[in-house]
Design a protein around this ligand. Sequence first.
Ligand code: NAD
Length: 372
Amino acid sequence: MGTFELISKHGDHEEIIFCHDKTVGLKAIIAIHNTALGPALGGTRMWNYKTEDEALVDVLRLSKGMTYKASAAGLNLGGGKAVIIGDPKTQKSEGLFRAFGQFVNSLNGKYITAEDVGTGEMDMEYIFMETPWVTGIPKDFGGSGDPSPYTAHGVLMGIKASVKEKLKTDSLKGVRIAVQGLGNVGSNVVKYLVQEGADIIVTDIDPDRVKKYVNEFKVRATHPEEILFTECDVLSPNAMGAVINDQTINKLKCQIVAGGANNQLLEPRHGDELKAKGILYAPDYVVNAGGLMNVFVELEGYSPDRAFDKTKKVYDNVMKVFEISKRDHIGTHTAADRLAEERIKTIGHLKQRHPGKSASRVFSTLKEVNNR
Ligand code: NAD
């Protein structure tokens, strides 16, 4: 398949930028999917893609996902993403990231980058040397640092909304919650759930993490192969994607699935199957938007309190998804897409008439940073 055919097959992107610098060995692609709501924001992934087409498909898919995530989160941001082709363990250099930063800069704020799989704080520092259009930068540089606690707080809000919807209660006291994954997000989710008095069972493939958090939070643990099939009220996937699939779906013993992991459904039809089984699914990208909300606050001028406050919005957003699901008799995964599309249509239309306040605030803050 030709490059342009591949691009049109994977969505109606506004702009695709191929970045090449022979001297530093840079081969990267920036995809701007949609800027109807504001500048396109999304991280830069560095990955050893087998082919350039594989990298292109990945960046097209991920940037579209960011459009939906930002819109459903109620943020004035569009969707974009970048991929750098190369081995993050052996092919990183100052020159590579600064050259990439110059490409980002050339887009004049239409695309704002951040960390993603394979890139870290040091890489963002190099990009920041060339462009202000980078967020999620380290605290030492006036940034917001690690987004995971904010993501986790949003996950807590997603769980609370789901419990309200399905179990008709505002309290998590005694609610049985199975948490898969005790990494940056999962460990913080457990911390919040302990404060709420939930009845928690955890797992991780790393036994040291399990030992640490079982001791710290006084929670029960189970084997990684058993967590998905544990009898519970809420299953909270916070490890990897595709946990809801043909092999697992009929063995689930939960009433709700609500967690921070990306791409929990192997295929969209698994969302319909959850609905048919009476299991309430809180769509992953609505639930895990707390980290994105945190970097948005960084663009406005960072305040940890404001960022924390913003993540409370996840509760309302998840509730809106449930309303659309009931209104249109569709699975919640489809309802989330509909929520995002409806907002792009309505607000995007308004923005055509007037650029709006929030977007200009983002720009002026970043320009200020640039002039320091
Ligand atoms: P992480 O790497 O810090 O943690 C993942 C944890 O899951 C690790 O402790 C790992 O050992 C464990 N794990 C892996 N496979 C497992 C399995 N089969 N069973 C049990 N445990 C397993 O990652 P993270 O930052 O905590 O992110 C977790 C998920 O949330 C990912 O899907 C990520 O894409 C998503 N997410 C994270 C953020 C964020 O702010 N960090 C934001 C949005 C979405």
